[in-house]
Design a protein around this ligand. Sequence first.
Ligand SMILES: *Cc1c(COP(=O)(O)O)cnc(C)c1O
Length: 502
Amino acid sequence: MYYQSTRDKNTQTSAAGAIVLGLARDGGLFVPQIIPRLTRYEIENMAKMSYQGRAVDILRRFLTDFDNDEIKACVDSAYNKTKFETDSVAPVYKLYENLYILELWHGPTCAFKDMALQILPHLLTVSAKKEGVSEDIAILVATSGDTGKAALEGFRDVDKTKIIVFYPRDGVSNIQKLQMVTQEGENVGVCAVDGNFDDAQNGVKSIFSDKEFEKLLKNKNIVLSSANSINWGRLVPQIVYYFSAYADLIKNEQIEMGAQINVVVPTGNFGNILAAYYAKCMGLPVKKLICASNLNNVLTDFIKSGTYDRNRSFKTTVSPSMDILISSNLERFLYDITGGDTEKIRTWMGELSKNGSYTVDDETRDAMSKLLWAGFCDDDGTIAQIKKTEEEYSYVLDTHTAVGMNVYAQYVKETGDETKTVIASTASPYKFSESVAAAVFGEENIQSMDDLEIIEKLSERSGIKIPASLSELGEKKVRFEEVCTPSSMKTMVEKILGINNG
Ligand SMILES: *Cc1c(COP(=O)(O)O)cnc(C)c1O
């Protein structure tokens, strides 16, 4: 199977090539030229498999230039007992008769990013070998919180790789910061940037486009790469858990094979919901994909009106991992629903980068609204949802999943649709403990507590064990205290890579 850019059909490459390159040279994203389909029998058969078996079964259909042993080795290195707290990796929790929560946060950093970033380093090293890349790969990441930590854990001590993460000094939660500055591993580096997320992101971008620097690194036997969510190697592992959830529902006799389900996804960059869309295209019986946003509701407006308009103020919310105005992976979805119309995609993306907006044709808008239902909620709605769900079902949602829950309630109210529904739960409530505890206990009751005390209190209430990776944070040694300015990020990279000798 070959991959090509969403903006140009004449850009064929293998899966390994797509994973190594990340972004196509024309600025487009790599997409498979054919989406494989599973038979009814093959889907049903997954009920008997472990998560790892399901992962191999999906990955092998896309990574056709990998052999089975390679795929199995990648899967086993990623989804094992030392990395994930539960044998089932991504368990499905029944909240009530029609509603199931797909918990994607049992990995080492307690957010769903682990589902992809635990396996990406392995896919990348195998791909690099296939593509004849002999240099060490240095991954640069600018993060607003979850991606940085998940990438650090994923790449830590992976042979022939190094990872450097920049985070905005005052732009991440206390827990997120503590997770990063105490990161272990021989090949990792972390640095705060005196600026906001955009400053850090722009700093990384300018390092990537610095040709002189590229040459200097090449002489030191290093190439740069990114662990961005547009990499195909991050997307394909996310398709697995939608099949896995469906297989679990069959296994636990909640549905019969062939029954349709709805899927709700708290959305930012459109990666997670795109994976659910691909699962549907592959034959998974999905009725509606429900796209949930916070106050940064560009996608809600787009799906309803057909006009994407990022010209609006950026809002900081209690669900920070969804605070995003450009959802990069949307490009892959548009490519697919226009039947692979690279010219349309080029035009729209050109307008987006020039004017910050574009409008799709009526046909595309109608195709979109058949597949997707969109809604959003503000911080008050998010907090109220956490409180309500805890009171009614003794289940503590994190802030992002709460946005999903709130929007799902809006969907049911508007449509009356009672189809069984799976909500993708994207983070552990402990990771955003301050907002979650304020919702559950009332702000006044946690005011004098530090983050780890708050987590304790939440755990007592919910009865859910605190993941070891969080409870140990207080005792861990702080390894990375450096702060740099956006303009000195390159010097910091040289220093961390040990090459600052001019
Ligand atoms: C990254 C993230 C999201 C958004 O996922 P996308 O794939 O970017 O849409 C939602 N919730 C949490 C907790 C995240 O870390």
